[in-house]
Design a protein around this ligand. Sequence first.
Ligand code: ARG
Length: 464
Amino acid sequence: MSRLVDNKRPRNATKSAGIRKGRFAGGMDASFARFNASISFDKRLYKEDVLGSIAHVRMLGRRKIIPSKDARAIEKGLKEVLADIEQGRFEFREDLEDVHINIEEALRVKIGDAAGKLHTARSRNDQVALDLRMYVKEQTRQVMAALMELMSAVTDTARRNTRVIMPGYTHLQRAQPVRLSHHLMAYFHMFRRDWERFRDAWPRVNEMPLGSAALAGTTFGVDRESVAADLGFETVSENSMDAVSDRDFVVEFISNSAMVMMHLSRLAEELVLWSSQEFGFCTLPDAFCSGSSIMPQKKNPDACELIRGKTGRVYGDLVTLLTMLKGLPLAYNKDLQEDKEPLFDCVDTVKACIAVMAAMVPEIEFHADRMLEAASDPGLAATDLADRLARQGVPFREAHELVGSLVRESGVSGANSGIPSPEEMVEARRHPGGTSLANVRKQIEQAQEFLAHSAAGLPGKRSR
Ligand code: ARG
């Protein structure tokens, strides 16, 4: 019988290639070659790598560090390599270790030995730092744009449900009536702060590290500012050792994403609860639910649960980065290669979760009658009854005790003294930040203004 799984072992030999030619007697052990190679994941940085190299080589040419005809040939070759990759004509090779060597080797195949001049005044250490910063900048833009979509979806849903009244909870016990729109707008504010955190991190990722070379800088007369300008960076890094070993901007990106995930997860959790038979506050759209393979009646809130579940991955990505960095002496250490997989995982996860939530929220069907019924529980009026007594001069503590014992003995309905309606209670909270209709409308207006105003303020190529 043939095996379902074969147990062949790989052979142990690789040829000496690329950057090993001078210093090393032989090739890597096959197990180490695979272990050492990052191409399977860092190929994602191909575009940043090529564009960074083009800016670098233009500068080398301008500064006459290499002949300008070589610089032109290299730029032309790099553009062809980029086109090859983008049109699927490029084969990334594991024996060439990482994206940087793969692209340099492809350039050599295209233009010959002049390709070897590209790496003048540069190291993979500042090269990878540059690639990563360019990548994080682009992803910051994308996540900020996605957060805008999500905030619009939340605000719009709140606007369409301004009048719906539901119980607000503390300790997951019915507490006081609130407007559904007020509850939803709380999430707008979480996502707004998240958006602001990405914006606030922008100037720190916007520093151009190239020119730091391996760690100490370079003996060539480089013009770092022009490279920075070419690549849309605001400033150049001020310390070469910091520049090649700094991954704070990756930590910040993941940390900001972890906060987004935490907020998404709280919303997801509420939707799981609200859509349960026990609550019955809403019906989630079929398009975002799945069935059970055994129980025909089931409609499960999988989208929400996956968002809640994936939050742990992003927290894991953050802890991975922080832990990887904590013991590193300056400057570059190969440990830093381990920054990419958690970053990429974080990017994919946070973008997918934001997109799913933004698409799902506007399609949720809220059950206003059921929510109002739950909000009409007389217990929810207890605070307002105590407030009423306090307004008549009873010290609030005493009023609290009075209403409390009433509830203990016979429930609030026993008060029999004109219990305010949920509508009256939410409308009584008229101050800024309260749940009255006028206030919620004002919040929504301000949110719409933020959305219109800040959309134009997305970090551009050059601005902060
Ligand atoms: N693949 C490496 C990384 O991702 C590139 C930098 C390699 N530098 C070095 N000195 N080995 O970190």
